[in-house]
Unconditional design. Structure first.
Length: 175
């Protein structure tokens, strides 16, 4: 006849997690105060209660005014957000000629040829390629055009294409 659903209906966010932590921090304080009055003189119990409440109020106030920590999932999603087709088309595309461009920049093979880091195939003379502006890495246009809508970083060195920051300049993600 009757059915009770005890499941939480909403997803918890960082603010509700903070409230839960505050409740858990205040719980022992609420339990300690009656014990103080049971075993200490009223003057000492009142003084200790006042100091505890002052400390906990300051802690609560500071805890709520401090900024929320960044959600690691949100940071990761921001880092993984890709480029728009308009931005992808702005990256220069050209036919690869081994002697015509200085493109051999760390993603070459043992034979001195250029390799596309996305498909791991050698870039041959006459292949249509794109060269990323900040790091100068070169990839097949088909490969990089597939990569960039889902990622905003160079597949080779992880330089951020949106901001132009090289990996050494980027802040580390929280662990």
């Amino acid at each position: 006849m009757f059915e009770v659903d005890f499941r939480v209906q909403q997803q918890r966010d960082a603010r509700s997690d903070r409230c839960m932590k505050i409740v858990l921090a205040w719980s022992p304080v609420v339990a300690i105060i009656p014990i103080l009055f049971a075993f200490a003189t009223p003057i000492y119990a009142s003084l200790i209660t006042f100091l505890i409440l002052l400390f906990m109020s300051s802690f609560t106030w500071y805890y709520f005014i401090s900024p929320l920590p960044e959600d690691p999932n949100e940071v990761q999603q921001t880092a993984q957000a890709g480029l728009s087709p308009k931005h992808i088309k702005e990256i220069p595309a050209f036919e690869y000629h081994p002697n015509g461009h200085d493109c051999n920049n760390g993603n070459g093979s043992d034979a001195g040829g250029l390799r596309c880091a996305v498909c791991i195939a050698t870039v041959h003379d006459g292949d249509l390629v794109r060269q990323l502006l900040m790091c100068k890495h070169v990839f097949h246009t088909k490969c990089i055009d597939t990569w960039l809508p889902a990622h905003s970083t160079c597949p080779m060195c992880r330089a951020d294409i949106k901001t132009g920051e090289l990996p050494s300049e980027q802040p580390e993600l929280p662990v």
